[in-house]
Design a protein around this ligand. Structure first.
Ligand SMILES: [Zn+2]
Length: 207
């Protein structure tokens, strides 16, 4: 099955008035790891990609093998590729409990978004909040606080990520996740989705 693509437009920037048909940003959940060789850094969990800015833009990184070099490059996310910034419709808090460097949090996503049954792959994402787990070491807590401060993200209790998410936007409609592959859904939702971006900063190249 291939995912469907929707586009969430950036319709309001700071100083611009809200449009009457404005729909809330799409929120999702995801995980990172925290590394500290100097200042604490937020990294994608499975790739050495640092989230050094509040907003990151996806980039396809499928250029690691000789075969990949022969392929055409494409903008991320691509329906036939795994690229894009991953976000999930439900909290991923367990990751923080099993990996001592892990942190879970809330993101808003926009731009082109590939929607699959249990995940979204987005073109742009903003770190909105990071979840603090009370059983963490002081070192990890301090590192997460430092990263949140650097990125301007909020801190919430790990177990309250789900409840807090509503303050940043709306989840993708469940019908979109479950009917992602039904005919006609793409056009219907492409027209529906519009999103605001609170404060715009220059996107970092990362995914
Ligand atoms: Zn790709």
């Amino acid at each position: 099955m291939s995912p469907i693509t929707i586009t969430v437009e950036q319709v309001a920037r700071p100083g611009e008035s809200r449009l009457p048909d404005l729909i809330e940003p799409i929120v999702g959940f995801r995980n990172w790891r925290i590394f500290r060789t100097g200042p604490a850094e937020l990294s994608s969990p499975y790739l050495p990609v640092v989230w050094s800015e509040p907003v990151v833009r996806a980039e396809c990184r499928r250029w690691r093998s000789p075969e990949d070099l022969l392929r055409d490059t494409h903008a991320a996310p691509h329906p036939d590729c795994g690229c894009g910034i991953r976000a999930y419709p439900t909290p991923t808090s367990d990751f923080s409990k099993v990996d001592y460097r892990a942190v879970s949090g809330i993101v808003t996503v926009w731009g082109r978004i590939e929607i699959e049954r249990d995940e979204m792959r987005a073109e742009l994402a903003r770190v909105e909040a990071l979840g603090l787990y009370r059983r963490w070491s002081r070192r990890q807590r301090d590192a997460v606080r430092e990263v949140a401060s650097t990125l301007g993200a909020d801190l919430v209790d790990l177990h309250e990520l789900d409840a807090a998410a509503g303050g940043y936007g709306a989840p993708p409609p469940p019908s979109l996740m479950t009917e992602a592959h039904a005919p006609g859904v793409r056009d219907r939702f492409a027209a529906l989705f519009k999103s605001r971006v609170g404060e715009w900063k220059k996107p970092a190249k990362s995914s």
